[in-house]
Write a protein that binds this ligand. Sequence first.
Ligand SMILES: *Cc1c(COP(=O)(O)O)cnc(C)c1O
Length: 636
Amino acid sequence: MPENKWTIQSANELYHIGSWGNGYFNINEQGNLTILPERDSSGPVIDMSHVISEIKRQGIAFPCVIRFYDILRSQIVSLNRTFRKIIEDADYKGRYYGVYPIKVNQLREVVEEIVDAGSSYDYGLEAGSRPELIAALAYNTNQYSLTILNGYKDEDYLRLGLLGNKLGKKIIVVIEKLTELPLLLKLAEEMKVTPIIGIRAKLSTKGTGKWSESSGEKAKFGLSIAEILQAVKILKDHGKEDCLKLFHFHMGSQITDIRAIKDALTEGARIYTRLVKMNLNIEYFDVGGGLGIDYDGSKSTNDSSMNYTQEDYIEDVVYILKQICDLEEVAHPHIVSESGRAISAHHSCVIAQVVDHIDSCYTKYPTDKSIGEHILVSNMRELKKELTEKNIQETYNDAQQLKDESINAFKLGILSLEEKAKIETMYWKIMKKILNFMEDKKFVPEEMWDLEEHLASQYLCNFSVFQSVPDLWAIDQLLPIIPITRLNEEPDQLCTIADITCDSDGKINKFINPEEEKRTLDVHRLRDNEDYYLGIFLTGAYQDVMGDMHNLLAGLNEVHIFCDDEDPTDFYIEDHIPGTTASEALSFMQYNQQYLTRTIKRNIEKQVQRGKISPKEGVGLVNFYNKCLGSYTYLK
Ligand SMILES: *Cc1c(COP(=O)(O)O)cnc(C)c1O
């Protein structure tokens, strides 16, 4: 069989880096993954293995979240520039005012970086709860940019918003349910401030993908047309109709199909223009979030993909809105969008070390014939000897049957431990050989589908699925996972990933693949004395801040990387946020460090008094316990 030579191009194709990477990732001649924060090889190109070495040199432990703030900045610039360009090309009369929804990644540094990168575009923030507003009030310092308040609101949430208006900030309170409106008007009067009001419409158009329930008639947010008309009446009754400045809808996150976006825009634009014709001076048209990320690189309507580009999306927003405004002879409003996922997904990744591999089907046990062995053992050996490409199916069936019989025989006490070990070993050898025969076959019988996953080894990774990729566990989100090094070597192993929690859900057996998701990942054979790291990418939206502490495996070390302005291959770690220690993780669960230490110390002292432990050893043990309390929660 002629072997095609493995190149870094082959690795690029196998892992689909070009499809999901949006130009930010590539592979260099050394076979290492590289980061291109400007999506251009004439800009900075950072070797990820150098980043890992630098993290190690600084004594920071893995697993680790790595944030490339230059990618975050690029995404902001790209969104704003594209909007500006298309608005200009379309001769659209309004401006673009984007806002970043804090809930997508609430980390202060992320929000700060976004505000800073967006300042020249008057890019603002969106809050969906009172605590988020508390942050947004302090961090949106640009008097021209918007702060949009969504979500359900109590009095204090509304008062905080009005406080912002008093400070001269452009805070827009979006009415999500009708009862918020009279309350807002009452509080504004009390505080002697003019509110800026938005209304969220509940569109009839439903989204697509996992979050399609965020819109449509049964959505939990927004006002129906009847309620919008009621709201307008309330405003007019109070003489406050001029405070209504923004029209909003949100279709749900990760819209997979551009048709849903077109439909929603058409419906939204019609409502907007008809409202304007009721003598309402609405200035902003807010299309919400939903701009997707192509996690699996398939450019399809898969849940983890999208069948359009950012540019397609922006063109639809601008041109559809323009067309309907022109038809209805209504002035073009300013356009607001609330893209979160599309801004923050690319900038962060999780790097975890593979610490071991687990073979589910051990085949190294000696299976030589022994005198007087059980007939089941002999039969299995016979099957193995006679397996050829022509009798795959029969052999597969017979092997299954023999294995089942041997389990029963063992339960009845007829088989010895050694005989059972031999049967299992030969069974797995047969399966491996069958799998090899199947490799070039187009048609694979259904019952053999599981074989590949079964025979793949598990790579044990020092991280927790529940902490680092909760969306993968909770909602079947697919994420690109690839080795960081050795990409110039052909991967010759298939694996699934096991994390270090004691939970059988703590595994990854779904991997991106344009046709149909794969159940195994292509990886390299582990080498002694050589670290092997896997990177989980596109983790910067939502799951970054949604992890939980299963098994008390808690927050990860984080490093924030910036490119060096002088040297395009260099970078520096601007900040290191230490991960959670065992003692901090325990204290979240109400354990008291002093109590823990004191109790263990007392126990040890008792054993010292009894002469079971020497005083010197006792001191050592107390110190060791304390050291563990103060250390990172992951494997060392
Ligand atoms: C969550 C949310 C967003 C962000 O959506 P993305 O799909 O992440 O862009 C925007 N607006 C509202 C009202 C939201 O609830």
